[in-house]
Design a binder for this molecule. Structure first.
Ligand code: 13P
Length: 250
């Protein structure tokens, strides 16, 4: 049985007060019925306070990025050890915004994956095609290449610590979501690629999340698909009611 996960990527939203306010609203929700792992990825500056205020909540904390180096002269960066020290369990690696805006290459992402694993994090590795690639029907090739270059240096046993998030770039923040069938098709394909590279066990055990304009009104249909194991939620994760409704869509 694969772990079902709903993760909220807060991106560059919420100052400290707003983050704690959102956390407190989430803590009032009863997620226990949903049998889903609930993860939030607040901005770096708020991770410590969020961790301190989680109390006995089952919500897990993710960072939105990680630096691949141990320490040193990397002005403005945050190391794996720093993230560990403030209670981070998951790290998001390869979000399309980091790939596009900060030019993070597949090669750099592979280094981040190695470093995150070495430090004992669970990894949410993001892949997904752009609109022109989808129109040219290249989306299968694009995600395969992203997996091969960024992730497939890991061994089968290391893959236990990895969750894949398929996020078509054309669906992120646009209100246009992939149809449940489109999501299922590519999730199934990703699982097939995992089986070819590793084995059937890895393919069956790796959670694959969908991200891109998931909202309370479309989550249920998407999550109902066989190969969709949850969601990586952007905008709708900034509202406790919406996020909770999405979590409860399982
Ligand atoms: O990028 C996303 C999550 O990482 C998705 O964002 P939206 O849900 O706002 O489309």
């Amino acid at each position: 049985m694969r772990t079902q996960i709903v993760a909220g990527n807060w991106k560059m939203n919420c100052n400290l007060d707003e983050s704690l306010h959102l956390l407190n609203a989430l803590k009032l929700k009863d997620f226990t019925k949903a049998e889903v792992e609930v993860v939030i990825a607040p901005p770096y500056t708020n991770l410590y306070a969020i961790h301190q205020n989680l109390s006995d909540s089952s919500i897990k904390i993710s960072s939105q990025n990680i630096n691949e180096n141990e320490e040193g002269a990397y002005t403005g960066e945050i190391s794996p050890d720093m993230l560990k020290s403030v209670g981070v369990e998951y790290v998001i690696i390869g979000h399309s915004e980091r790939r596009a805006i900060y030019n993070e290459s597949n090669e750099l992402l592979a280094e981040k994956v190695t470093s995150a694993l070495k430090h004992g994090f669970k990894i949410m590795f993001c892949i997904g095609e752009m609109l022109d690639q989808r129109k040219a029907e290249k989306h299968f090739d694009v995600v395969k290449k992203q997996l091969e270059k960024g992730l497939f240096h890991l061994s089968a046993s290391e893959m236990k610590h990895v969750v894949i998030a398929y996020e078509p770039v054309w669906a992120i923040g646009t209100g246009e979501t992939a149809s449940p069938e489109q999501a299922q098709d590519i999730h199934q394909y990703i699982r097939q690629v995992l089986a070819e590279k590793y084995n059937q066990d890895v393919a069956e055990q790796t959670s694959i999340l969908y991200g891109g304009s998931v909202k309370p009104n479309n989550a249920r249909e998407i999550f109902a698909k066989k190969d969709v194991d949850g969601g990586l939620i952007g905008g709708a994760s900034l509202d406790a009611d919406s996020f909770a409704e999405i979590v409860m869509s399982f």
